[in-house]
Design a protein around this ligand. Structure first.
Ligand SMILES: Cc1cc2nc3c(=O)[nH]c(=O)nc-3n(C[C@H](O)[C@H](O)[C@H](O)COP(=O)(O)OP(=O)(O)OC[C@H]3O[C@@H](n4cnc5c(N)ncnc54)[C@H](O)[C@@H]3O)c2cc1C
Length: 479
């Protein structure tokens, strides 16, 4: 049988659906296989519904200190069902949007679970049962079970919550992000195991809504991939908001009680503590969806649980490619999307730049927000770079003060010899929107000179970025 498709994509998350669209744009006949929910974890259970919850928390936070702005809001409260309904409604809208995009780009949707039987061929079987959560709506006119052929197959099957042995989520008292996204009632107290972006965002949301929250982190700092100085400032702010934080601390055991959980914590110092909560969120990372794909049958190489690829998404088997979470860290939607475009353009024979992971920004949408790109100060030093470091606090910025957001810092790191921007790290209001300025700068291999000659609008928070650059060169103006 001749190939029915030029490209088959397995998984309709941000990696998969963007690959499908780019393939269609380049004139390929494309089909995408999805077993559970169009738009993947990102839109259904990840990036978007969490941001909807965090927006609620932000507005609620503003209401609770309305007085600071000369406003009166004597009586306000929340309805947890309505909060969750809003978040789930937004997730559903995203899911629908991706169905529309597939139709618009004439991408066939195949509903079911795909297994690669040999290079160029997959078998799709009906989804056995909801893998993680109740299945999303099955798209209209979706194709179903059968054998499908294409010269190129892209695996974009994503990841799921990592589970620690002995601390298995039970959907009741021990939650993953799925349960944390749709609480039936607001817990009064919460233990969050793990302080990566997912753990800290949920900690921030629940604290804003009034819960007593304790974060327990195995490593010496929260948000372990971030610059140590930024992480320390974020910690200070989170603690000021009433979140308890234990670092260098291991959850050895979780005991379920009649009313909640007791986390038995062992600190590096040898001290032992018991932390109680109504619920515990297990946020200790994610694990790639590599099972049942037929990888062993076709000989696709995996390492530490992820598919091994080159900078263009190519696996060790011709015609089989992998992108997004299933191909390893950083596990971020924009990394998945970027890999999707690179890989499809490579398949099409276009000249492309491979992925440079150093230029993948990372954002955490807690309060205060944290955002970064490039090398941390410690990593730059470890790499033997001679560096210049600039810092500018939000308190020196008129817009930050007008907003009532004077806590924040922008830190920039330059190569002392060449002026190359090596990294930028931020904590404070809206920094997740600001970081893109530095991402563009790094991508264009900008030096301090070019940044200093760039005009930043006034009054904006972005002026802190320029001041941080000026500070690295002893020329700070507003401090
Ligand atoms: C709570 C939370 C918050 C997050 N917030 C952010 C954020 O703010 N910013 C950010 O960049 N990232 C965030 N992420 C991470 C982001 O969601 C992922 O990096 C992103 O979804 C990865 O995209 P993907 O396409 O690789 O995989 P996924 O989105 O996981 O999609 C994979 C798809 O493949 C399907 N699939 C799997 N196996 C098969 C099979 N055999 N056959 C058919 N279909 C299959 C799955 O059903 C799924 O729909 C967050 C994640 C979580 C959990």
């Amino acid at each position: 049988m001749a190939d029915q498709y030029d490209l088959l994509v397995i998984g309709a998350g941000p990696g998969g659906y963007i690959a499908a669209i780019r393939g269609a744009q380049l004139g390929m006949k494309v089909a995408i296989v999805e077993r559970e929910h169009m738009a993947g974890i990102c839109s259904n259970w990840g990036c978007i519904p969490t941001k909807a919850l965090l927006r609620t928390a932000e507005v609620y936070g503003h209401m609770s200190h309305a007085k600071d702005y000369g406003l009166t809001a004597d009586s306000f409260g929340f309805d947890i069902d309505a909060i969750v309904k809003r978040s789930r409604g937004i997730a559903a809208q995203m899911n629908n949007g991706v169905q529309f995009l597939m139709k618009k780009n004439k991408v066939d949707i195949i509903w079911g679970e795909a297994t690669i039987t040999k290079p160029g061929e997959i078998k799709v079987a009906p989804t056995k049962k909801a893998i993680v959560q109740p299945q999303g709506p099955v798209p209209k006119n979706a194709l179903g079970e059968g054998t499908y052929k294409a010269r190129n197959i892209i695996i974009a099957t994503g990841a799921r919550p990592r589970v620690l042995p002995g601390i298995e989520p039970d959907g009741d008292r021990i939650w993953t992000y799925f349960e944390a996204m749709k609480p039936a009632t607001m817990p009064k107290s919460l233990v969050v195991m793990g302080s990566g972006a997912i753990g800290v965002e949920f900690a921030s949301f629940y604290r804003s809504m009034g819960a007593e929250v304790t974060i327990i982190e195995l490593l010496p700092q929260i948000m372990p991939v971030e610059d140590a100085e930024i992480s320390a400032l974020a910690r200070k702010r989170l603690e000021k908001r009433g979140i308890k934080i234990l670092t260098d601390a291991k959850v050895a055991k979780v005991e379920k009680t009649k009313d909640g959980v007791i986390a038995h914590v062992e600190l590096k110092s040898g001290e032992k503590q018991q932390v109680t909560g109504d619920k515990l969120i297990s946020a200790v990372g994610v694990q790639c969806n590599i099972e049942g794909l037929g990888l062993e049958t076709v000989g696709v190489k995996t390492e530490r649980g992820a598919i091994v690829i080159d900078n263009y998404g190519k696996t060790n088997i011709d015609g089989i490619w992998a992108i997004g979470d299933v191909a390893g860290p950083p596990m971020l939607a924009h990394k998945a999307e970027h890999e999707a475009v690179i890989t499809v353009e490579k398949i099409a024979g276009l000249p492309v730049h491979g992925l440079d992971k150093l230029k993948v920004p990372g954002c955490t949408y807690c309060e205060p927000q944290v955002a970064s790109v490039g090398l941390t100060e410690a990593k730059a030093k470890e790499a033997g770079r001679e560096i210049k470091v600039g810092r500018f606090p939000f308190v020196g910025n008129g817009k930050a003060i007008a907003l009532g957001e004077p806590d924040g810092l922008v830190k920039t790191i330059f190569d002392a010899k060449t002026g190359e921007l090596l990294g930028a790290h931020m904590v404070g209001a809206e920094v997740t929107e600001l970081i893109q300025g530095f991402v563009i700068a790094m991508n264009l291999e900008t030096t301090e000179e070019e940044l200093i000659h760039t005009i930043f609008p006034h009054p904006t928070l972005s002026e802190t970025m320029k001041e941080s650059v000026l500070d690295a060169y002893g020329r700070v103006l507003n401090m």
